[in-house]
Write a protein that binds this ligand. Sequence first.
Ligand code: ZN
Length: 296
Amino acid sequence: MNLTKEASRPYGEDVSLLDENPMADVMAGDMTLRDVAPSGKVHEVHGEFRGGAREMHEARDEIRGVRDIIDRHLDGPVGAVGTAGAVGTAGTVGGSVTPFRRRIRRATGVAKPDRAAAQRAVAELLTALGRDPSGEHLADTPRRVADALIELITPKEFDLTTFPNDEGYDDMVVEVGIPIHSLCEHHMLPFLGVAHIAYIPGERILGISKLARVAEMFARDLQVQERLTAQIADWLDENLQPRGVGVVIEAEHMCQSLRGVKAAGTKTVTSALRGALRTDGRSRDEFLSLARTACR
Ligand SMILES: [Zn+2]
């Protein structure tokens, strides 16, 4: 896939600057994103872009994601796709789509982590384990452990972008092999694996990179795999109101691989199906067999 960016003023040298300061608002200006789809069709999106590198990368991912969906499944002219940021649309290949964005935060329902208290507790844990937390090598460990744990259980907020399903696209949209990691709430050890997520669009299509964001939002928590799987499915069901949702997660749990039964390489597979992906046998089988193939 080729992607070229053109701007009314060149910003190539600004990109590294933006990466250091992702929220810098120095990229305002006219911009054209030109993207060649796998089918060879060229998509162009013109508009005014305002935002930092993060917004630009998100906009690019969304153009690609939604474009791929439309490109794969529709013959003839492909609609141009609007992007994140305040971007107008005008396609060389006709059509335009207005994106809808909103900021997503997961309400955790638990107290905000107390970093200082967590550091003290890690130092105490080291002492309880017979180690000297003031020793040369462990001196900074309480801070590192506390920060790592807080990061792993704190969900990132993101902008959810959806697009009207004007083309009436009604086949399954599937994203397989989304890397996922979480912390098992029984041992506070990681479990790692992949998620496969599918939905059958209703009135709106989701920017495809957002499926991974939704999964990550719930993975950053003390979790059990079954609940994580169900939370992703329920959230998509409620917020996207698709005709069906399917989520399969396969993961290896360090608490099983490294200790106890030491079943290294064993994977736990969980699934959650909603709507037509639960009730329609053909859709369900199609999704599950795609997920199975992706597992290998
Ligand atoms: Zn565990």
